[in-house]
Ligand binder design. Structure first.
Ligand code: APR
Ligand code: PHB
Length: 391
């Protein structure tokens, strides 16, 4: 088999890239480890920046998003028992974010790709990449009972943090920058209308809590917990009780509980690979970088990478110029580091750290007070949250 671009991974990075390339008339094959059902049902984040929403419309995959997405013009920061709204529309010239689950985005992208008769190979086993420094790199895998070799002009490593693309690069050719956080998030999906129209990020003595949603009928909530928290210790009543305490306000705001459909614990880390390219392989999305979820940037950052990559590949196939391809990593990393900074800052401002002393706690509250009372500071949060402009 032969194609122009071999894409490893059918997450947001791989699928958006495949559609962007299709629009430019560039051929690609997507090779995915899991089943279609698995990738379409995997619960992940759900906040889309305006740029991501616009791209879905440009690619002709925004019809369900338009009907089902919830536009949010702000968020609430809650601390010391009171809420403070950050008004995105007013602070950013009418920009907002849209709540639409990542697995719904995945369904829309897969449907569009298959409707155009473009290949996605699901359940590919033993995927490996070869000849990255040669003229024609290859992807090897087993599928449908046979061993396959896909020859490519370029490979896009879109296989997430645990994928094989990044780890196929020889030791020493890439530098890793990372930071672990001493906590995780216990997340639930509950069959109950959200108790607030907008997201609430709460700083509380007992730890961070977040109220989010998937629709008018489904709530998504998170609690700061141990990184290796044992879910067996968290029956539904305990989760709701803890959420009630952390989200409580002095004016008696009420959180409504309901049946919990799904629970899970996610670890938190910041991670960057530099450069994001080796030979003829380009890394994009979680394969190249991870942000902690505070601020909901993971998916949007993956989309920003593949926009740059598609533009660079488009230029190469149209004019033979390699300038943008050479600059891929440099262009992406400028945004990646700004988004790393923002996600780290939101995380630091909102969570309890085990070694915090009373000084740190007072400083954290002063920071929240400043962010919610100074226009300059609120605007800084707002412009990052709705998404920095594309280069
Ligand atoms: N071979 C082929 N596919 C693989 C392999 C492999 N060896 N390993 C992993 N994959 C697939 C995964 O099954 C997944 O479908 O690669 C895909 C990677 O998708 P994501 O992990 O979603 O990563 P990405 O597309 O970069 O999207 C980043 O999505 O899940 C969020 O937190 C993440 O929001 C961030 C965004
Ligand atoms: C979510 O709805 O899953 C979500 C929302 C906001 C975040 C992280 C996750 O910052």
């Amino acid at each position: 088999m032969r194609t122009q671009i071999g894409i490893v991974g059918a997450g947001p990075a791989g699928l958006f890239l495949s559609l962007l390339l299709q629009r430019l008339g560039i051929e690609s094959v997507v090779v995915e480890l899991h089943t279609r059902k698995y990738v379409e049902e995997r619960i992940r984040a759900g906040v889309l920046e305006q740029g991501t929403v616009d791209l879905m419309h440009e690619l002709g995959v925004g019809e369900r998003l338009k009907r089902q997405g919830l536009q949010h013009g702000g968020i609430e920061l809650r601390f010391n028992g009171s809420g403070h709204r950050i008004d995105f529309r007013e602070l950013t010239g009418d920009k907002c974010v849209t709540i639409y689950a990542q697995h719904e985005v995945i369904k829309d992208l897969i449907a569009a790709r298959l409707a155009a008769n473009q290949p996605i190979i699901f359940e590919a086993e033993d995927v490996s990449v070869h000849g990255l420094e040669g003229a024609s790199p290859t992807i090897h895998f087993h599928a449908n009972g046979a061993t396959q070799e896909l020859q490519c002009d370029f490979i896009a490593g879109c296989d997430g943090f645990h994928g094989i693309c990044r780890t196929s690069v020889p030791a020493g050719a890439m530098q890793i920058y990372d930071r672990d956080y001493p906590f995780g998030w216990l997340g639930i999906l509950a069959q109950v209308p959200p108790s607030s129209h907008e997201l609430i990020y709460a700083n509380h003595q007992r730890g961070f809590a977040l109220l989010s949603m998937r629709s008018h009928k489904i709530s998504r909530l998170y609690l700061q917990c141990e990184p290796d928290e044992d879910l067996a210790l968290w029956p539904d009543e305990r989760i709701w009780q803890e959420l009630h305490q952390r989200l409580a306000t002095k004016d008696g705001w009420k959180l409504t509980g309901g049946p919990i459909m799904q629970k899970g614990v996610t670890g938190m880390r910041s991670f960057v690979t530099e450069p994001m390219q080796f030979g003829k392989m380009f890394l994009a999305g979680d394969a190249a970088h991870i942000v902690p979820p505070t601020g909901a940037k993971g998916l949007n950052l993956a989309v920003a990478d593949v926009r740059v990559l598609a533009r660079a590949l488009g230029e190469f196939y149209q004019s033979g110029k390699r300038e943008l391809l050479h600059r891929y990593s440099e262009i992406c990393l400028r945004r990646v580091w700004k988004v790393q900074r923002f996600s780290w800052w939101m995380t630091s401002m909102l969570h309890r750290f085990a070694n915090d002393n009373p000084f740190d706690q007072r400083r954290q509250i002063a920071e929240l007070d400043y962010v919610t009372s100074s226009r300059a500071a609120s605007q800084t949060l707002a412009e990052n949250y709705v998404g920095l402009p594309m280069d």
